[in-house]
Design a protein around this ligand. Structure first.
Ligand SMILES: O=C1C[C@@](O)(C(=O)O)C[C@@H](O)[C@@H]1O
Length: 257
């Protein structure tokens, strides 16, 4: 497994630490994925996310692992985050059942090609505990995520979801919500600020869509450790092209130092 640099390896990110930039791969087959990867690698993201829910051969574990190996070999040592996003939380319609999904995760963790796996908090606790075991045994970080594509929940709900993920032994906790106005964006930032002081693990927060774009640029100032950018194609509403995002983060960092 490649090195994970910086704060995500060493534990909690400090409020105001510059974020890791993650770009998604959303090709439906190996050829599309390798084309996306070629462009993405040139942009030098900190993390590459393989959104395997887009992969048409997800039910073929051998194919998943051989594609992952190719991503690793051509990925310039950039750490890989492996994600199968459920349709309920903004992903593609399910291609495999929960038991098959667990088998894919088990083999992905054992492959040595990935640094992180994403698993949703909405899964039952027993499945989360199983994946926690596989990931720990193989030195893979477990990111437990929660998405709400409809709205921004109450502050207390966002806080309790993230605390629940920490209790389930997440190495990284992530919440992505949809704002319907700028008040919602402020609420997500308030949650970020509070949670980054409460949690003992790194936190990732996103307010999606056009209103939330500012959180992708500046959420790190309040304690969010990773921001998702467009490399070749966007995987969620509001993502910003990586080159522009990098400039923005650099400018904010220089102005605040
Ligand atoms: O969960 C996330 C965050 C995300 O939904 C975003 O809003 O940038 C993008 C997804 O690819 C990733 O898995």
């Amino acid at each position: 497994m490649s090195e994970i640099k910086g704060k995500l390896e060493n534990g909690k990110n400090a409020v105001g630490d510059k974020p890791e930039i993650c770009v998604p791969l959303i090709g439906k087959d190996e050829q599309e994925i390798m084309q996306e990867l070629e462009k993405i690698v040139k942009d030098k993201p900190d993390i590459i996310e393989w959104r395997a829910d887009f992969f048409k051969d997800l039910s073929n574990v051998e194919k998943v692992i051989s594609t992952l190996q190719k991503i690793k070999e051509s990925g310039n040592e950039i750490p890989i985050l492996f994600t199968i996003r459920s349709e309920k939380e903004g992903g593609q319609p399910a291609r495999i059942g929960e038991e098959e999904k667990m088998e894919v995760f088990a083999q992905v963790c054992a492959s040595g090609y990935v640094s992180f796996v994403d698993y949703e908090l909405a899964n039952n606790h027993e499945s989360i505990a199983r994946l926690r075991r596989f990931s720990k045994e193989n030195g893979v970080k477990l990111l437990i995520s929660h998405h709400n594509f409809e709205e921004t929940p109450e502050l207390s709900e966002m806080i309790s979801k993230c605390k629940e993920a920490e209790l389930l032994q997440a190495d990284i906790v992530k919440i992505a919500v949809m704002p319907n106005n700028m008040d919602d964006v402020l609420l997500l930032l308030e949650a970020t600020n509070k949670l980054s002081k409460m949690l003992s693990v790194p936190l990732v927060t996103i307010s999606m869509g056009k209103y939330g774009a500012i959180t992708r640029m500046l959420g790190w100032v309040f304690g969010s450790a990773i921001t998702f950018a467009v490399g070749e194609q966007s995987s969620a509403p509001g993502q910003i092209p990586i080159e522009k995002l990098k400039e923005m983060i650099k400018l904010a960092d220089e102005s605040m130092s």
